[in-house]
Design a binder for this molecule. Structure first.
Ligand code: UD1
Length: 362
């Protein structure tokens, strides 16, 4: 069985790493399974891509399609054109995509049109918000997926509701959490930890990159001002995504407590999250990681495709209106925050379950 694995953007790398390691284990036990790792090149900076391959022990991709940058359509189209050529030269029995980025959708469409079986890891989650490219990517990918690997019972339900038979839905858990649990002992302090003399629960981590929050300079400034005003005297550590960096260049947001730094590697970023008083973010994956590490998480979005991080985890949906931020931060500083409980199947063994299905069913 020849499987082509797709990784394109930062949040894909931690999801694909444990699957590769589980394939290696299966191979060592004599399973008939081989893989080809395709990097679409959607993320190309060392800080957004290379360091993750090193730290998470992901082997060098067999090919890099170098299809990063451009508009939504340019990027999606470039990935499709180049991935089609890749599949012509290196045919596969199955293409496995993870998550919800443009690479996920582009490669699943390309594969399916070549009559190749498509497996989607993190299938079935929905925010209902079609203004986000990720939601469109999820819907399109799931419309043509053959094998659905899911992270939650709600995802299973979403898929059943559109008529997907149970036999094609595999509730396996969360491969991002496989990586988190495996790497937790290896987390390491980034230079800013010593530079600022940070200590446990004495700072806040901030990440923002959603178009709805960062593409409009006034919205980004209003959010940052509100966060700065309501975080008492704590340092704010803000690893800035390239998309956000472009907007911030033209903005006069300066405060001695706001520390804007380059994107961090996986082990350094999660060290900061694990020890933070809280994380303020518009990411989806970080809400999952914060929940498992029992760190309060404030999500600056109006919706989430990961409601279990709210019902079972430490996440709260603050919204995108800057005025909403203050009451949540007041609760945080009053010590009035929920603790996380365990989330079904997020146990570090998800990738093994996926590979067991791939070797038995494909
Ligand atoms: C993408 C994903 C998003 C994910 C995020 C994590 C989609 C639709 N979105 O958003 O779901 O949460 O990655 O990072 O796929 N850029 C660089 N260097 C890089 C990568 C990007 O400078 O290594 C620049 C690009 O040229 C572009 C901007 O950053 O101008 C945005 O990159 P893009 O891949 O289009 O989407 P993200 O906003 O990163």
């Amino acid at each position: 069985k020849k499987i082509t694995l797709i990784a394109g953007a930062r949040p894909n790398f931690m999801k694909i790493a444990p699957i590769i390691h589980a394939i290696h284990e299966a191979q060592n036990q004599g399973a008939d399974i081989s893989y080809r790792l395709v990097h679409t090149g959607q993320h190309y900076d060392k800080k957004m891509s290379g360091s993750f391959f090193e730290q998470l022990e992901i082997p060098e991709p067999h090919v890099n399609l170098e299809a990063g940058g451009g508009t939504q359509a340019e990027q999606t189209g470039n990935i499709m054109v180049r991935f089609e050529q890749e599949l012509i030269v290196n045919p596969a029995d199955l293409v496995l995509v993870v998550g919800d980025v443009n690479s996920t959708m582009a490669c699943s469409i390309t594969a399916k049109k070549m009559n190749i079986t498509v497996a989607h890891v993190e299938a079935g989650i929905r925010s209902g918000d079609l203004s986000m490219p990720e939601e469109i990517n999820r819907m399109v990918t799931d419309a043509i997926t053959d094998l659905f690997f899911t992270t939650s019972e709600l995802a299973n339900e979403n898929l059943r509701q559109v008529g997907i038979p149970n036999a094609r839905i595999h509730f396996v858990g969360n491969t991002m959490i496989d990586t988190l649990l495996k790497q937790r002992p290896n987390f390491k302090a980034p230079p800013i930890w010593t530079d600022l003399n940070l200590s446990k629960q004495n700072y806040i981590v901030l990440t923002l990159h959603r178009p709805a929050n960062v593409d409009e300079a006034s919205q980004l400034k209003a959010m940052l001002d509100e966060i700065i005003t309501n975080t008492e005297n704590l340092p704010l550590v803000f690893p800035v995504h390239p998309r956000t960096a472009k907007i911030l260049e033209g903005l006069q947001v300066r405060d001695e407590r706001l520390h804007m730094i380059e994107p961090l590697s996986y082990l350094e970023f999660n060290y900061l999250v694990e020890n933070a008083k809280a994380v303020i973010t518009d990411s989806g994956g970080i809400t999952e990681e914060a929940s498992i590490m029992n760190v309060p998480c404030l999500t600056l979005r109006d919706n989430t495709e990961r409601p279990e991080t709210i019902s079972l985890g430490t996440n709260e949906l603050v919204g995108t209106n800057p005025e909403n931020i203050k009451p949540y931060l007041q609760r945080l500083f009053a010590g009035d925050w929920k603790t996380g409980s365990s989330i079904p199947m997020w146990d570090g063994k998800t990738a093994q379950r996926i590979v067991a299905v791939l070797t038995s069913e494909v």
